[in-house]
Design a protein around this ligand. Sequence first.
Ligand code: SF4
Length: 286
Amino acid sequence: MEVALVKPQGFCSGVTRAVQLAHQAKEDHKDKTVYILGMLAHNQSLIDSLTNEGFVTLDGSEYEEINKLQKGDVLVFTAHGHDEKLDKIAKEKGLITYDATCFKVQDNLNKIKREIANGHQVIYIGQSGHKEANAALTVSDKVSLYDTKLLINYQLITDKSPFVLNQTTLNFYELRKYHEDILKHYPGARIENEICNATRLRQEAILKIEKDTDLIVIVGHPKSSNSNKLYDIALANYPNALVVMVSDLSELKKIPLDCKRKAAVGSGASTPQYIVDEIYNYLISK
Ligand code: SF4
């Protein structure tokens, strides 16, 4: 089979830094267990490999998990950001912390704080339940979620010029429709597009896949927002291709591909490169 790799591939800068910081924590505290508060980034293979190295991912409620830790324990906060109350709890408990929050996510959180301090309300376009959105919402009750599925209760916003920003990994091409809807209600809304480069470049690259491609494989974990968006964009723009999203080669092997001739392989920003390489090698051997 003819196979094209849709670039960029590999970890984005935020995930790369998170992995490096976790290893730094381990290096600094060789005699201790290093705990990670949730998935360091949304990819199960990455989490499994960290577990094999001795890291412990705490996957229950963040507040319950952090309260179980003891003074002197080492804790890494994940790339997606977190409620600042957790920093306070960690400090009070005497934990040793490493914060892997991506700079882009932190930049958004800082903008929200600035707007709240200036007396404004904030509309945050994001996915309900996603860690990055949760972190933004916990900054203040003046932040309202514009859920990409449920939309928003506009009655909550009394500010005529609310600040509007978004989760970094949304669909770049759908964002405009949310902005238009908000502007209908608040012509004075101040809107910033906060989709990160890693997400935008991958989405743009999906649209450049050759039109006669009959198989598009997106490699990413179901919890990875940016991987899901690549899948959505491929599905919407290549009606004649089989579009699949898989976590790894074993999942792809379950899909019959006998009549496929030309494939393209894209991957999310938290997908380890070796998984993409395995899938590429499998497809070119078909
Ligand atoms: S996808 Fe974007 S926001 Fe998320 S960790 Fe990577 S660079 Fe940061």
